[in-house]
Each structure stands twice: as structure tokens, then as C-alpha cells.
Design a protein around this ligand. Structure first.
Ligand SMILES: NC(=O)c1ccc[n+]([C@@H]2O[C@H](COP(=O)([O-])OP(=O)(O)OC[C@H]3O[C@@H](n4cnc5c(N)ncnc54)[C@H](OP(=O)(O)O)[C@@H]3O)[C@@H](O)[C@H]2O)c1
Length: 243
């Protein structure tokens, strides 16, 4: 170990939305740093491919299909990771959605429900389940992926509201769970080149200059490791001064 400890040796991490984009790269960065990593999302074949990439780093990789807005599936996810890996040290609540791109004034009730359930209720329920495991094992670490759209109002309106609430949920988790040796922090990316944001950048002049998922993974490793042991309840903005 050097002066600063970025190692995740012996740790077990769970990354939701780990099948592609930001979640996949965070999962691989954690494995490179020494963690065994479980990835979850809805589609198992995509996850199996990432689990294979994790194993190629020499660490254990596990793929578990789980819809973040379905609490019974989150329960199964936590139980499966515990059964396979014995503990959960790091949870990255990364899965997120934005099912509607029209104006707020025309948004239907289902848009509110789906966006809230996936982006806010899901991370809360899974965070609570993981925190109980972390409390009982003596500590842990939660990272919630939010957005600059949760700091300033954006054209993604309801999505912005869910991410603003997730920033506050992160602070509340940190405040209450610090006594259990659990830290909770958030990362707020600006626009990153992934499938999620494709409708916003494809064919625009910005397409070739966008930030990549790799630009988020370093902050995730910092927050997951002991290098950030005194950082709790914070939101790290990564937007190239654009957010
Ligand atoms: N890209 C950006 O510009 C940007 C900016 C700020 C914040 N973010 C946030 O970053 C996070 C990751 O997004 P990304 O850009 O990496 O998107 P992405 O490449 O489209 O990946 C999204 C991931 O979430 C999973 N997912 C989607 N809905 C799910 C659900 N209901 N249950 C479980 N998993 C689900 C997807 O897999 P399945 O399809 O298999 O479920 C996939 O693994 C999101 O929270 C997003 O809000 C993105």
C-alpha cells in the first residue's frame, strides 16, 4: 500500500445497471482494483458477458438479473450475492432510466411512476437491503449515480427531480448510517456517451467530444476505496465544467 490506498483487495462489490455504459466500466475498474464484482440489470445475457470480462481480470464475477423497481428481485439479488460471495462491501446504485423526452406539461402519470420507481425507489429499497447486510458485517460503502440534471433543472424534468431526490437520499443515508461504518456518496455525471443519452447526442456536433464512462470510473474507485475514508454524504460532479 502506498500513501493513498485505492485498493479494493478482498472487497465484494455490487453494481446495478452493470451490463453496459457507466456501470460496466465501474465494475471492471473495481475488479482491476482487486474486488470480486456482481453485476445486475434486467437482461442476463448482457450481464454474463460483463461477468466474463470481470473474470478475465482474475477476480470473481457474478451476473444476476434483477429489475431495480421490483423489490422482490432486489431481495433475491442481495441474497444471491451474499450466498455466492459471503458479504457486500460496496453497492453502486447505477441503474437508471428516462422513458420520456417530451415537455413536462404533456408528461403522463406513468412517466412519473416509472422514473420515480427506477431512479429513486429502487436505489432506496436496494440501498436499505444492502445497508442491513453492511451494518451486520461491520461497515460498507454506497455510491449513488445521480446527474448534473439533479443539481440544475434540465429538459429531462421528472428525471431531474428523481436525481435531486437521490442526492438528498445519499445525504440522509450518510447521516444515519455513518454510525454503522457505512459511507454514502453520489457521483453526478454531465453528458456521457452511452446508449442512455444517445437521443441527446447522436448526429450532433458534440458527438465526438463527449465524456466516456471511463471518465466516471476513477471517481467511483476513489469513493469506494479507503482513499476517501473521510468523505461522506458528498456529490462529486464530473461534467468538464459543463453542468
Ligand atoms: N449517460 C449520461 O449522459 C448520464 C448522465 C448523468 C447520469 N447518468 C446516469 O448514469 C446511470 C447509468 O446510465 P448509462 O448512461 O450508463 O446508461 P446505459 O448505458 O443505457 O446503461 C443503463 C444500465 O441500466 C440497466 N437498467 C435500465 N433499466 C433498468 C431497470 N429497470 N432495472 C435494472 N437495470 C436497469 C441497463 O441494463 P438492462 O437494459 O439489461 O436492464 C444498463 O445496464 C443512470 O443512472 C443514468 O441516469 C447518465
Amino acid at each position: 500500500m502506498g500513501i493513498v490506498d485505492f485498493s479494493l483487495d478482498g472487497k465484494v462489490a455490487l453494481v446495478t445497471g452493470g451490463s453496459r455504459g457507466i456501470g460496466r466500466v465501474i465494475a471492471l475498474a473495481f475488479a482491476e482494483a482487486g474486488a470480486d464484482v456482481a453485476v445486475s440489470s434486467r437482461k442476463l445475457p448482457d450481464l454474463e458477458a460483463v461477468a466474463e470480462e470481470i473474470r478475465a481480470t482474475g477476480r470473481k464475477g457474478l451476473a444476476v438479473s434483477s429489475h431495480i423497481a421490483k423489490p422482490e428481485e432486489s431481495k433475491n439479488l442481495v441474497e444471491t450475492v451474499q450466498k455466492e460471495f459471503g458479504r457486500i462491501d460496496i453497492l453502486v446504485n447505477n441503474a437508471g432510466t428516462n422513458p420520456y423526452l417530451g415537455p413536462l406539461i404533456d408528461a403522463e402519470e406513468w412517466v412519473w411512476d416509472v422514473t420515480m420507481n427506477v431512479n429513486l425507489k429502487g436505489p432506496f429499497i436496494l440501498g436499505q437491503m444492502a445497508a442491513r447486510v453492511m451494518r451486520d458485517q461491520g461497515g460498507g460503502n454506497i455510491i449513488n449515480i445521480v446527474s448534473t440534471a439533479g443539481i440544475n433543472p434540465s429538459m429531462l424534468h421528472i428525471y431531474s427531480v428523481t436525481k435531486a431526490a437521490l442526492i438528498m437520499l445519499t445525504r440522509v443515508m450518510a447521516m444515519e448510517w455513518g454510525k454503522h461504518n457505512i459511507r454514502a456518496n453520489a457521483i453526478a455525471p454531465g453528458m456521457i456517451k452511452t446508449r442512455f443519452s444517445e437521443a441527446l447526442w447522436k448526429g450532433t456536433p458534440a458527438e465526438d467530444k463527449l465524456a466516456m464512462p471511463e471518465d466516471i470510473a476513477g471517481a467511483a474507485l476513489y469513493l469506494a476505496s479507503d482513499a476517501s475514508r473521510y468523505v461522506n454524504g458528498e456529490t462529486v460532479v464530473i461534467s468538464g465544467a459543463g453542468g
